[in-house]
Design a protein around this ligand. Structure first.
Ligand SMILES: C[S@@+](CC[C@H](N)C(=O)[O-])C[C@H]1O[C@@H](n2cnc3c(N)ncnc32)[C@H](O)[C@@H]1O
Ligand SMILES: [Zn+2]
Length: 404
């Protein structure tokens, strides 16, 4: 039954997203000064730009539900106005229960109202609790969820432990991180503190960010004898997102710990390599400079091509505002799944060599023609994943601009 008495005590409006309509803060009332970030100024957080993130989440959770082929339960403990959880219940087939919660009382009341106006009271429970508290209350085996979606302000790190404990065997953990300054190497100490790994301001720092979050998840999971497998990840706008399937068992946990390691990087010649071993000062094998490093972080796959394919299939069955953009992202990630770790950004290399930057497709063709694997990455519109060493990249770039 709709609570006729609910009246938002702040400017609000009804918006439509996916298959639902929800009441949200009217952002024009909050982004007054140019420096104002309206979503955070509003009494209840709402960011329309995150529709893309929510659309992808609906597709990923549906893909997961198809993969496990049973009814699933989902927890959205940072629900804000409730749009995420409401969409999960209304749009994903095979959902038996959704629990949404927020620590902000006005968010809780608004989320409850949004569940009601969509007639989803039977499927969606709304709580007004701290996320770690909600998750810890669901740590016993019979109470665990199939999926937990961590979508906080900034870093998900303080919530990963309780999220992992609240997920059943073979369940899925989705986490968003918006603290890209630490993860991309601007605030090194903060990254080490939050994620237990060193970031690096290399041109592929967004991939490193995904690997740092995945690595942190794997280390936390291992304590509980849980292993992880990253099925999908992406970097978009101001955030990164990682989807990891978990599996109980000491052996599984050992395997994912083995997937942790370091990426060594030469800022002089762009050479990079991975290592699982502790190391001292390492010289670049290509130019002899001292190499820098990132990690410990996740060195295993950050996309599963089969999972990407399932998402591609689901995307064809919906008509989201973002469907075309999503199709492009998924096609890229599917190709990236079997490509080498890290990517080169053409403009960085050509800039360092003082050369003009070639067209990305022409350069991919040149790499392939020389016998190398080469695919574009979704992380950067000018980025290429390839098994070509930095030396070969330099040689081909010179050839592309007619320099010998
Ligand atoms: C980024 S917003 C969530 C956005 C929402 N998931 C969406 O898609 O629109 C983060 C939300 O987490 C809530 N929050 C912050 N700290 C929390 C905590 N410790 N426990 C529960 N909720 C919290 C905030 O009130 C805010 O509504
Ligand atoms: Zn070097």
């Amino acid at each position: 039954m709709v609570d006729e008495d609910y009246k938002a005590d702040f400017p609000s409006e009804i918006i439509k997203e996916g298959k639902v309509q929800v009441l949200v803060p009217k952002l024009e009332a909050y982004g007054v000064a140019p420096s104002d970030y309206a979503p955070s100024k509003a009494p209840v957080f709402y960011n329309p730009v995150m529709e893309f993130n929510r659309d992808l989440t609906v597709l990923a959770f549906q893909a997961y539900q198809r993969m496990v082929n049973r009814e699933i339960s989902i927890c959205d403990p940072f629900t804000s106005q409730g749009i995420r959880g409401v969409r999960f219940a209304a749009e994903i087939q095979g959902v038996k229960k959704v629990l949404i919660s927020d620590i902000n009382e006005r968010a809780f009341k608004l989320a409850k109202h949004n569940v009601q106006i969509n007639g989803l009271e039977k499927l969606v429970t709304v709580k007004h609790k701290d996320a770690n508290c909600v998750l810890s209350c669901h740590a016993s085996p019979k109470k665990r969820f199939d999926i937990v979606d961590i979508d906080p302000f900034g870093t998900p790190a303080p919530y990963l432990d309780s999220a992992l404990r609240a997920i059943r065997n073979n369940g899925l953990l989705a986490s968003t991180a918006t603290d890209l300054a630490p993860l991309c190497g601007v605030h090194v100490k903060a990254c080490i503190r939050k994620y237990g790994g060193r970031p690096l301001r290399a041109e592929y720092c967004h991939e490193l960010a995904v690997r740092l979050l995945a690595g942190c998840t794997a280390s936390l999971a291992a304590k509980h004898d849980i292993g992880i497998r990253v099925v999908f990840s992406h970097s978009s706008e101001h955030y990164i997102r990682v989807y990891a399937q978990i599996a109980y068992g000491a052996k599984k946990a050992d395997e994912s710990v083995k997937s942790l390691g370091y990426i060594l990087h030469c800022f002089n010649c762009f050479h990079r390599e991975t290592t699982h071993q502790p190391f001292g000062s390492v010289q670049c094998p290509e130019c002899g400079s001292k190499m820098d490093y990132a990690g410990p972080l996740w060195l295993e796959n950050i996309f599963d091509p089969n999972f990407c394919e399932l998402m591609i299939k689901e995307n064809k069955t919906v008509a989201f505002r973002n469907s075309t953009k999503i199709a492009k992202l998924l096609a890229l990630t599917k190709d990236e799944a079997s490509a080498p770790i890290t990517y080169y950004v053409l403009d960085k290399l050509s800039g360092k060599l003082g050369l003009p930057s070639p067209s990305i497709q022409a350069f991919i063709n040149a790499l392939r023609h020389s016998g190398f694997q080469a695919v574009q990455t979704h992380f950067n519109t000018r980025g290429i994943r390839t098994d070509a060493p930095a030396q070969a990249m330099r040689k081909l770039l010179k050839e592309a601009s007619g320099v010998r």
